[in-house]
Design a protein around this ligand. Structure first.
Ligand code: FES
Length: 214
């Protein structure tokens, strides 16, 4: 693939033709909020709706994880429309996230904290009511804790579990009921999970975390 030049926020950066805009930006130190994109996946779900950017020639903001770069492309990561879309998407996610930073293993490295800081957004939803889902913490595995109330459905754990060769985690149900769980909704400790830690290493928000094996 040939080397090309694109402009992001008035800065020229080099990328390879056909690279995904989100990764090209991040690899060049330009931050764009993101949760659901995976470098390994060719067809992104674009479900978190946080990576919006403006592109010259496009009438509406587009998710950067769905765009392949081309020579001469001109992109802005901020605009009134982008900021409004990101703020709305973030608030929606946070209305469905058990907020407990002080006691969370991801405190300080959480992607939600980073997005809030970068875009000056509140972690606690201002306009939407916090949706309380009755999802108990799964502490049945020897070395892993899973709090589905913190899960943002980004799918990083599912991919990591699959890549580790285990394939224990997956999505189930639809809409508001959608969760990451094991086959048959079995507790982790009865699912064949051996606490390898791949899910905890991949989770950007502390829904999966490691603990000392009992
Ligand atoms: Fe692009 Fe989630 S990272 S929509």
């Amino acid at each position: 693939m040939s080397e090309i030049t694109i402009t992001i926020d008035d800065r020229q950066i080099s990328a390879r033709e056909g690279d995904i805009l989100l990764w090209a930006a991040l690899d060049n130190g330009v931050y764009i909020p993101h949760l659901c994109a995976h470098r390994e996946e060719e067809h992104p779900s674009a479900s978190c709706r946080l990576c919006f950017v403006e592109m010259q020639g496009r009438p509406m903001p587009v998710p950067a994880c769905t765009v392949k770069v081309a020579d001469g492309m001109v992109v802005s990561t901020r605009s009134e429309r982008v900021d409004a879309l990101v703020a709305a998407g973030f608030e929606l996610i946070m209305s469905n996230h058990r907020l407990d930073c002080k006691n969370c293993a991801a405190n300080g490295s959480c992607e939600l904290q980073r997005i809030a800081k970068e875009r000056k957004l509140r972690l606690k939803p201002k306009n939407l009511p916090a949706l309380e889902r009755d999802l108990p913490v799964d502490s049945s595995a020897a070395g892993i804790l899973y709090d589905p109330g913190k899960c943002v459905l980004c799918g990083h754990c599912v991919l990591a579990c699959r890549s580790s060769g285990r394939g224990i985690l997956g999505f189930t149900r639809r809409g508001y009921e959608r969760i990451v769980t094991t086959f048959g909704d079995a507790p982790l400790g009865e699912s064949g999970c051996d606490s390898c830690g791949a899910c905890a290493g991949a989770c950007p928000v502390g829904a999966f975390s490691t603990r000392k094996a009992r």
